[in-house]
Design a protein around this ligand. Structure first.
Ligand code: IVH
Length: 749
């Protein structure tokens, strides 16, 4: 096989670079598979190294082309799933972000309200740099390091124990006495800027875009001797499972971690007020350039661990911590073209193709332009942004990046606009399939109306389907999906589950004969697909790729209905009401417009009720719709979107074809030993010893659903003094009513 080397990387443009990356990746993947899976190498070691170095060089020049599963990140390995998986005994969380001082003040105020603190009650926070590395969880049993795992999706990470053992800042054995028998220490692996420069200058096989990528690439090496040769460091700042509490404040806990032998960040400070927090944030920002390692903000944490426990966690973030980010980095460059990408839900997204420019240490050549209004200089409410300046191809534009987020176009310099520049005409047909691209009222996004006919939507749906938070099929990443889709082997999710029947052993055309595949990798993929025939309901719902139906909504629906047929029957029954709801919304909008034209006040409710009455919705449908939208977290917008998806013949048929291959699992009960797990609770009246927010959070942590109003589905009403109609209604429905004392007993579990 010829090796498609590039002699002069500097001469490449974005398009030819992308092409070269594609070719090199194909060759290297095939070579990896041939060598490791089939023991039949077809490239000499020298050719292999040359191809890999060439790819690394291009990725360094065009970082946006460097994918997370690039062969340059592999050290001789199977395509995917190189490390074994570890389930975290306590989830690894991320942090809520704030960008302004008001948001910090709000955060503190929210916590005070949640805990019902008086203005004079102290509420200290720790403040420390947010290290720009990757988080790692280290498990110690009886003081000895037994396991190290990356964050992964927060629940399941990768086992990188052998590599972590090579990092000098990570003790193999903990020092001191009174070390808890089980202690999971969490912190950040990072690379100092100086070490990063030195590594890039040396011949480490590839050039990394920034210290964080270098740290990630170094930790995720299959061969620990490579990790050992990389100058990785570690700051400890948190913990997971512990067999016994080892402090009562965040500050003291981190001091104990230092006592056990960990490096902790020397800038960590205790702050007594918002002013002190902001003051520290400003000081750290001043020091940022001279710290020697990358940071992207300051993390504040409630110092009192008893308060932390009361505040608890949201889906992926704790209520008691906040990351206050530093302002985004900015740079000016020329907008060379605007491309339109079509997403999974048909959204046409404009992408700015830029003359490459360095923004905060990373070369940027693409940025998002959000939608057609944004290009025209309007926000989602039709108000002017950038003083109404539109963006044209050829313009000088200001790019900014904040942390991980996709670069954005912030501003345009009219003084440098060419006289011949013309306003950008947003397409009204889909660039992928030619179908009409339409905008609904109140939606800033133009969408392709082609549905599954549109290849872009089909492929994005497939990519979403196999993504980590969805079916997460090992060996079936976005790239493999793309290839199989292009060749017509899979067109929709159901096809994944018939792949073996069509291209497995005994068939004329076989997966194992495809370029880059072999006996082992093909049968591993069929095995991985079979493993996912049993799938939790929540994951399935998320994987369907229905607009607005995210991971959290998937879990909410699954928790409430548990059973696929029950849920589908309800959605079907609710359909007439969903149609009526949309009609009512349309009527209401029309009424508002008319009112403006006639210079009178709108009659909001009247229009909606009239439309509903006109449609003569069966009571059964209304009840089903009510049931759907009364679920915590499920609003009418999501319910309507789900209803539309299930009512669309093409989509429905594709879903049915998929379901035929699956065994759908009901959700596992969280906190199943709690007295209120799985129950629906309503709070009413005033609670005197716990705020409403805390009561709701506590009930949810114990596995209950909290509803806003009493219905036949309510199991328990907690009524404080002053409970009014809800208590009466509950009594009429025969629902158990308890007072705050009894509630506190349940909450104390
Ligand atoms: S605390 C309880 N402290 O930021 C939440 N995280 O954006 C655990 N990070 O995944 C995180 N410096 O990888 C915490 N001083 C710090 C941190 C820090 C960096 C990372 C961490 C986390 C991510 C969230």
């Amino acid at each position: 096989m010829a090796v498609p080397l590039v002699n002069d990387v500097a001469a490449l443009d974005e398009v030819s670079a992308a092409e070269a990356v594609g070719q090199l990746t194909t060759v290297l993947s095939a070579a990896d598979a041939a060598y490791h899976n089939d023991d039949a190498p077809f490239l000499s070691d020298a050719d292999y190294d040359r191809a890999k170095r060439c790819l690394a060089e291009i990725e360094a020049a065009f970082p946006t082309l460097a994918t997370g599963d690039s062969p340059t990140l592999r050290v001789g390995a199977a395509p995917d799933g190189r490390f074994s998986k570890i389930e975290h005994s306590q989830r690894m969380l991320s942090l809520e972000n704030a960008f302004t001082e008001e948001e910090v003040a709000d955060f503190v105020q929210r916590i005070r309200a949640f805990l019902n603190l008086k203005p004079q009650d102290p509420l200290p926070f720790t403040a420390e740099p947010k290290i720009d590395g990757l988080s790692l969880s280290l498990r110690y049993e009886h003081g000895v390091l037994v396991q190290a795992a990356t964050r992964g999706d927060g629940s399941i990470g990768e086992n990188v124990t052998a590599n972590a053992r090579t990092i000098a800042d990570i003790p193999q054995k903990l020092q001191g006495s009174a070390v808890p028998d089980i202690l999971e220490v969490r912190g950040e692996v990072y690379m100092a800027q100086e070490d990063f420069e030195r590594l890039n200058a040396s011949d480490a096989g590839r050039t990394f875009a920034n210290p964080r990528n270098a740290a990630a690439g170094s930790l995720r090496q299959l061969d620990p001797t490579i990790t050992a040769a990389r100058p990785l460091r570690f700051f400890a700042y948190a913990w997971g499972e512990v067999s016994a509490p080892f402090a009562t404040t965040q500050m003291a806990a981190v001091a104990r971690l230092a006592g056990f032998g960990f490096a902790i960040n020397p800038l960590m400070t205790l702050c007594e007020s918002v002013d002190e927090m902001i003051g520290l944030w400003r000081r750290v920002e001043q020091m940022r350039a001279n710290l020697g390692y990358d940071i992207d903000g300051v993390v504040y944490k409630v110092d009192d661990l008893a308060y932390q426990a009361r505040l608890g966690l949201r889906a992926t973030t704790p209520r008691w911590a906040l990351a206050h980010k530093f302002p985004a980095e900015r740079a000016w460059t020329r907008l060379e073209a605007i491309d339109i990408q079509v997403g999974r839900t048909g959204a046409l997204s404009p992408v700015a193709r830029l003359h490459p420019v360095t923004v905060g240490g990373v070369v940027v050549s693409n940025a998002t332009l959000h939608n057609e209004d944004y290009i025209a200089g309007l926000d989602s409410h039709g108000r002017e942004i950038r003083d109404g300046k539109d963006i044209r191809v050829g313009d000088w534009v200001e790019i900014y990046r904040a942390g991980d987020v996709i670069p954005k176009v912030a501003d345009v310099d009219l003084s440098r606009r060419a006289p011949e520049a013309v306003p950008y005409m947003f397409p009204t047909t889909c660039p992928e399939c030619g179908s009409a691209a339409a905008r609904e009222e109140d939606d800033s996004i133009r969408r392709c109306t082609g549905g599954l006919v549109c290849p872009a939507q089909a492929i994005e749906k497939l990519r979403h389907f196999v993504s980590r938070a969805a079916f997460d099929i090992e060996g079936l990443g976005a790239r493999v999906v793309d290839e199989l889709y292009q060749d017509g082997w899979i067109a929709e999710p159901a096809d994944i589950f018939t792949l073996k029947d069509r291209y497995g052993p005994g068939q004329l055309t076989q997966l194992r004969n495809r370029e880059g595949w072999g006996d082992k990798s093909a049968s591993a993929l069929f095995g991985a697909i079979d493993d996912k025939r049993r799938i939790p309901l929540a994951k399935l719902l998320f994987a369907l790729g229905i607009r607005h139906l995210g991971e959290v909504a998937g879990r909410d629906l699954a928790r409430n209905f548990r059973d696929w047929p029950v849920l589908v029957a309800l959605i079907d029954r609710a359909r007439p009401a969903a149609i009526a709801y949309r009609a009512a919304e349309d009527a209401e909008r029309a009424e508002r417009t008319l009112a403006v034209q006639e210079a009178r006040k709108p009659r909001p409710k009247a229009a909606r009720d009239a439309a509903l009455a006109m449609l003569d919705t069966p009571a059964e449908a209304t009840a089903a719709w009510q049931e759907l939208v009364s679920i915590n977290g499920i609003g009418p917008v999501l319910a309507l979107s789900v209803s539309d998806a299930f009512a669309n013949d093409l989509e429905r048929a594709a879903i049915e074809r998929l379901i035929a291959h699956l065994d759908i699992l009901p959700p596992e009960d969280t906190a199943s030993d709690s007295a209120i797990s799985g129950k629906t609770i309503v709070f009413t009246g005033t609670l005197e010893r716990m705020t409403r927010a805390e009561a709701k959070a506590r009930a949810e942590a114990l596995g209950a659903h909290v509803a806003g109003s009493v219905s036949a589905k309510t199991d328990l009403l907690v009524a404080g003094p002053g409970a009014g109609s809800k208590a009466t209604r509950a009594a009429a429905l025969g629902i158990q009513v308890i007072d705050e004392d009894e509630w506190l007993k349940i909450a104390a579990q």
